[in-house]
Design a protein around this ligand. Sequence first.
Ligand code: NAD
Length: 491
Amino acid sequence: MSKAGDKQSKTPPQVRLMIGDCPLDEGSGGFHTHINPATGKPQAEIPLAGVTEIDQAVEAAERAFEIWRRVPGAERRDLLLRLAGLIRENAAEFGRLAALDCGIPVMVGGTFAPQIAAEWITYYAGWADKIEGQVVLSYPSDDFAYTLSEPYGVIGMITTWNGPLVSLGMKVPAALAAGNTVVIKPSEISPFVTQFFAELVERAGFPAGVVNMVPGGPAAGQRLVEHPAVQKVSFTGGPVTARKIMHSCAEALKPMVMELGGKACNLIFADADLDNAAEQAVYESLGVLSGQACAIPSRVAIEHSVYDEVVEKMASIASKLPVGDPFDPATLVGPLISEAAVKRVKGLVDEAASSGRMRLVMGGERCGGDLAGGYYMAPTLFADVDPQDPLAQGEIFGPVLTIHRFNNEEEAIAIANATPYGLGGYLHTSNIKRGHRVAAALKTGNVYINRARTLAAQVPFGGVGISGFGREGGRPGLEEFLRHKNIGLSQ
Ligand code: NAD
């Protein structure tokens, strides 16, 4: 069990495979040596599920489904509300665990992340007792039909490491509210937060087997996708894995939700509140999870008449970003996830800086001094970047921002739409007509005008293009976990 009173302890909890009511200390997938990204030092051996444990977890979820589907909606609602309450109460412990897991600063992992997860769970708790069907009359005949909104059964969920609690909050409560049971294969790279989530599910009083948490590697994920009793797959991760999962699902004609990567652009028009726009451009691109996030604007395009002014403002804000130990409450930019990640990002940055294709405004180096042992990269800004440049086309997954120039609205839209991704879109303008016009023209699943709130539970979140399909959030997120059965009746 995690030691909830032990908030600043840097000792990770022991991770178990949470299958039904029998947690396991080891699995047939062996062990993963977990490295603390802030220090570069090994800190735990994580047991990994193999095929055997995935099968056991799916069987536990199948058994639990027969109970859970009959639990009245009002009871499902109350259990979810209890879980949301426990997450709020234990926010600081989630912060500690996220810092150990993947170097997320406690400022983020102990505040925003639990708050978002608890909000999503509360929101879907509200749906649990409101799931209904339709009655359709075939006037003037005597026939009529009614529909039942039924859960699928066992849902296989595969998540990544970069926002473990938020990812669970976006997937799990919608599936449970709809009456499904779940087997979650979180990334073996972020096991501590997910383990604690599963502990709180148990503490909230959910029947055993409704939520099963089995950390594992790709082989475990593949088995979960292929297991014949898994009725639907909800995946968050990269497009390469998504393609493999889609191939497996195609064999079984199994439906999927795909939450994949992004390369969002933040359009700053000359009539915008430039201070607000520059601040968002820096904080969300470089600060949020050190650039390791799917929907953040990792590109910024600025109208030519204010280009130099905004670049200067951004550089000034970025130079003051607190980079450091994720346990320091003042830190906003923590380490990257691994040595491989920091080397990859540094390689991309070095190549771009020496190419003559763009201007390095600031950063570009790996952090030294006290941070040399961890995987820290300095916040980095490149200006005058061609929108087609490889640095502006693929996910970097580090605190690196490319800045582009546009002359008019048409060019701005073309730059924003110039990648195959389509998750987030951002724009800043004081002209509301332009705001709506540009928002409608962006080929993305989400658009935020003038720093609107992201990740609200009440609205759908998801991508187009290679950013995926299906939605989490709002009514559409609930619908992903329901199927509608039509029953026709002749009198
Ligand atoms: P990844 O695709 O490598 O791994 C994601 C998960 O898939 C992990 O749990 C992994 O173990 C599992 N996996 C790997 N191979 C598998 C296989 N063959 N079958 C089944 N499961 C398998 O992604 P990553 O590098 O860990 O995460 C980064 C990516 O996730 C980025 O592209 C990022 O943008 C994206 N992401 C998207 C969202 C979103 O909501 N759209 C949120 C966070 C991250």
